[in-house]
Design a binder for this molecule. Structure first.
Ligand SMILES: [Cu+2]
Length: 323
């Protein structure tokens, strides 16, 4: 699609109030470095600010993704028919050691949420903004939030056993993967640690480096919300099988974007390293802008440089709290 045509469609969509679709015009990234002015109108909206109709349409689109056929990423023994949903956690689990506890963590997960956003729109006709979850509002009481009701993600029981409980109601009732059912159980002692104070600590100040920010975010609020909702969410490899994973990682991405907004250089350069041979003793190598990000061909690969600035013509979004 030509830039002119894309701009025309963007304006039409914006006039119709469908600003979120501005990121949905081209699946294959175009190399454009200039910031796109329209990205300020393509806004990820905090869950509680979404209309009930948009919340429902978001949940419906996820349900739709769980029923789409696999693209062949998930292995099968013939007894289980994998879906595109399975492919998402499979590609994540294949790459698990390369994209956690290393500096690729934030870029990969930004790309991964973007892939999810793209698939909701291209496969399931979703047109509303992508929601994010300000989970610090839910610290210690995640199970009492509107998210975890039978209208949306399904009831979240308290943690009474290590195995947790399969989803018992709502649109994801009984959701399964190759590993069994998606299981949950809130450990409120752990979710209570997910606070704004810690978020602010990780945000740091003008001298906080990318690596400091990444380590802080990953090891505090990120890790505690995974563990606190578990057990599927607590499984570092399989966690994307629980639909709440995507809400959680939009919050993680929000924090990175908030940190990046402090200085423009934070959206043009990266530092730290990636791990080419986890467990092999191989040294961690410098993370560069051309470092590839991929999902086993579900959608085209990108690079760290492609996704570093969310307000370029490739991703083109920001967050309502950051306007
Ligand atoms: Cu992950």
């Amino acid at each position: 699609m030509s830039d002119e045509k894309a701009e025309e469609i963007r304006q039409e969509l914006a006039a119709a109030g469908i600003s979120s679709a501005t990121s949905d015009l081209d699946f294959v990234p175009t190399k454009v470095s200039a910031a796109a002015a329209s990205c300020k109108t393509n806004v990820r909206v905090e869950w509680n600010r979404m209309t009930a109709a948009n919340k429902k349409s978001f949940i419906d689109a996820i349900v739709c993704l769980t029923k789409k056929p696999s693209r062949g990423v998930t292995p099968t023994d013939g007894t289980y028919t994998p879906t595109l949903w399975d492919d998402l956690y499979w590609t994540h689990s294949i790459q698990v050691n390369g994209v956690h506890s290393v500096d690729t963590f934030l870029p990969f997960h930004r790309y991964f949420v973007h892939v999810f956003d793209k698939l909701l729109r291209s496969e399931c006709g979703y047109t509303a903004p992508l929601p994010w979850w300000r989970e610090t509002d839910a610290a210690g009481k995640v199970k009492s939030t509107n998210l975890f009701t039978s209208s949306y993600f399904g009831t979240l029981p308290a943690r009474t056993s290590i195995a947790g409980s399969c989803i018992s109601d709502g649109p994801f009732k009984g959701l399964k993967g190759t590993f069994g059912c998606v299981a949950r159980g809130e450990n409120a002692t752990v979710t209570a640690r997910v606070t704004k104070a810690r978020e602010n600590e990780c945000h740091g100040n003008a001298t906080t480096t990318y690596r400091q920010h990444r380590i802080c975010v990953e090891s505090t609020n990120h890790s505690d919300m995974h563990i606190g909702i578990g057990p599927t969410m607590a499984d570092v490899a399989l966690s994307p099988a629980d639909p709440i994973f995507w809400m959680h990682h939009s919050y993680i991405d929000y924090q990175w974007k908030r940190w990046q907004n402090v200085a423009s250089s934070r959206s043009t350069s990266i530092e730290g390293c990636y791990n080419p041979g986890y467990g092999s003793g191989a040294p961690c190598l410098a993370l560069e802008l051309d470092h590839p990000l991929g999902v086993d061909g579900i959608v085209p690969d990108m690079t760290v440089g492609d996704i570093l600035n969310t307000e370029n013509n490739i991703l083109c979004y920001t967050y309502d709290d950051l306007l």
